[in-house]
Design a protein. Structure first.
Length: 195
């Protein structure tokens, strides 16, 4: 039980980290949209006739689109998504359709849950392996982003870190579901919709 609490804490920590990254991306995107609007407004004919130096002044103080906004989002979004997966995995928060399985005996449902966890573990291990391979290639080629000139492998490394946490959690949940199936004891409750 102590191991489960530790894994739950790890899952929550990853979700908080993913939420922080997602929050920063939302703020950055909002600032970029607002900056772009000011930039377009200041460069318009009407504003140039009203305040000729405004566009240059706004640019000089840094008001405008965030440089490389799209590149930062591309490099960070995969991390943010994978950072939520361990929590989703340990709470069984993935979307399910249990129209038929809700009528099955508990042992059958536990077996189905075990099979599902094995599939999730296999998929997360495959994704983690492919991210590692992709990161290795990007490192060896020395590819960079177009505007910021950041190495592309940075985004892969961030996603790989979160994908590793997801894979570890998925493998852990296979053992939890196996133990639950063999002992008929609940260790990790399955989240579900309240109807």
């Amino acid at each position: 039980m102590r191991l489960h609490q530790t894994m739950l804490w790890l899952a929550k920590a990853m979700a908080v980290l993913g939420g922080l990254v997602l929050g920063v991306l939302v703020i950055m995107t909002s600032l970029s949209v607002i900056g772009t609007a000011f930039h377009k407004l200041a460069h318009g004919d009407f504003m140039n006739s009203l305040a000729p130096g405004l566009a240059l002044w706004l640019q000089s103080v840094g008001i405008g689109p965030v440089p490389g906004n799209e590149e930062i989002i591309e490099m960070s979004m995969a991390f943010a998504i994978y950072a939520f997966m361990p929590f989703c995995q340990i709470t069984a928060g993935h979307a399910t359709v249990d129209i038929f399985t809700s009528r099955f005996p508990e042992r059958v449902n536990r077996f189905i849950q075990l099979v599902v966890e094995i599939l999730f573990a296999a998929i997360f291990i495959l994704i983690t392996w492919r991210l590692f391979e992709g990161m290795s290639r990007k490192m060896s080629y020395g590819e960079t982003t177009f505007f910021l000139q950041w190495p592309l492998w940075w985004g892969y490394a961030a996603a790989l870190f979160a994908a590793c946490a997801s894979a570890v959690m998925a493998v852990y949940m296979v053992f939890v579901r196996l133990l639950e199936f063999t002992t008929m004891r609940t260790i990790a409750k399955i989240a579900g919709a309240d109807h």
